[in-house]
Design a protein around this ligand. Structure first.
Ligand SMILES: Nc1ncnc2c1ncn2[C@@H]1O[C@H](COP(=O)(O)OP(=O)(O)OP(=O)(O)O)[C@@H](O)[C@H]1O
Length: 301
């Protein structure tokens, strides 16, 4: 008889907008006891999931599952770097960007069932000023909105859109110099996004062609955002055709440096980190193993 699959679930009790679901009860209902041994551990503070994930990997769990949104996924993924354990996701955030990219079902019963019999795959890991990211990182307006969103008191797409519209009227671009491969160019940064996965979350496709295992980041630059272009960007994000819309410029590369004329905010996986004037962005190919639905195949051809 083969050994049972050992899974550790790390639950962020604060993530998402719907906290009515009783995750331990759903696990008991949908995980087959004959195939899986599991434990459930709640996080007690921001950053706790990094330590809990590292500890679970050291205890020999094969999969450590982030039960939350992209912030929780980032913490668990960070804790698992360099270990033998794979990252799993039970999407319970407000955006769920990485879960959506990896085609993890958004309905918890289905997501739980697939964890009992997953496929394993390796994904690239991005770094911005040494902070790992798995989905997207970025400078400028998206980071500024992440900071305001964190202070808003309520979460969810509605709050996010409200904050973005309010800040759109105030935000001004910053002059930057970008160096990648053998070219350097000066431009202006309204948004500079570094995409490992295709979307921010909520099916907002900032880089619909991004392949999470290709050893490359997709850079999306929006140098200014007058109203007509804001409309095209919004439609492009929703329809997944931003590259074809001409409202943003794209590059692919495995490392890039950015110097800003004044301090610029940056985010990793949707969480504001801080302000800086210099940014070093790199990619470590296939540095993290993830447990994905057995039918998962990279959408990009
Ligand atoms: N016990 C806790 N108490 C307070 N904050 C926590 C706790 N556990 C985790 N956090 C923090 O909560 C933040 C938000 O969580 P998360 O990103 O998972 O949810 P979300 O913001 O609702 O989803 P998404 O990122 O998909 O929009 C994370 O950055 C994490 O550091």
């Amino acid at each position: 008889m083969s050994a049972k699959l050992r899974i550790c679930f790390l639950i962020n009790p604060n993530s998402g907008t719907d906290r009515r679901q009783n995750v331990p009860a759903l696990l008991a209902q949908y995980l087959p006891a004959e195939a899986v041994d599991y434990e459930v551990r709640p996080t007690q503070y921001a950053g706790h999931a990094v330590e809990l994930a590292r500890q679970a990997a050291a205890e020999g769990f094969r999969i450590v599952v982030a039960v939350g949104g992209d912030g929780t996924v980032n913490e668990v993924g960070r804790g698992l770097l360099g270990t033998q354990a794979a990252l799993g996701i039970l999407p319970r955030g407000s955006g769920n960007g990485l879960a959506r990219h990896l085609q993890v079902p958004l309905a918890l019963p289905a997501a739980i069932r697939q964890l009992a019999n997953p496929a394993f795959q390796r994904i690239d890991v991005g770094y911005i000023n040494e902070r790992p990211f798995f989905c997207t990182a970025g400078l400028g307006f998206d980071a500024h909105v992440s900071r305001c969103f964190a202070q808003a008191g309520t979460r969810g797409l509605g709050t996010y859109v409200q904050v973005a519209l309010r800040e759109y009227r105030r935000f001004r671009p910053t002059a930057i110099t970008v160096t990648m491969q053998d070219k350097t160019f000066a431009t202006s940064c309204y948004v500079l996004a570094f995409a490992n996965a295709a979307q921010y979350g909520n099916n907002a496709y900032i880089a619909p062609l991004a392949d999470i295992s290709d050893g490359l980041l997709d850079l999306c630059l929006i140098d200014a955002l007058p109203l007509w272009r804001a409309v095209r960007v919004s439609v492009g994000l929703a329809l997944g055709n931003l590259p074809a819309s001409g409202a943003a410029v794209y590059h692919t590369c495995s490392q890039v440096q950015v110097q800003a004329a004044q301090a610029l905010g940056f985010h990793v996986d949707g969480d504001y980190v801080g302000d800086a004037r210099e940014f070093a962005v790199t990619l470590e190919p296939l540095a993290l193993e993830v447990a994905v639905p057995a039918r998962y195949t990279e959408i990009v051809t």
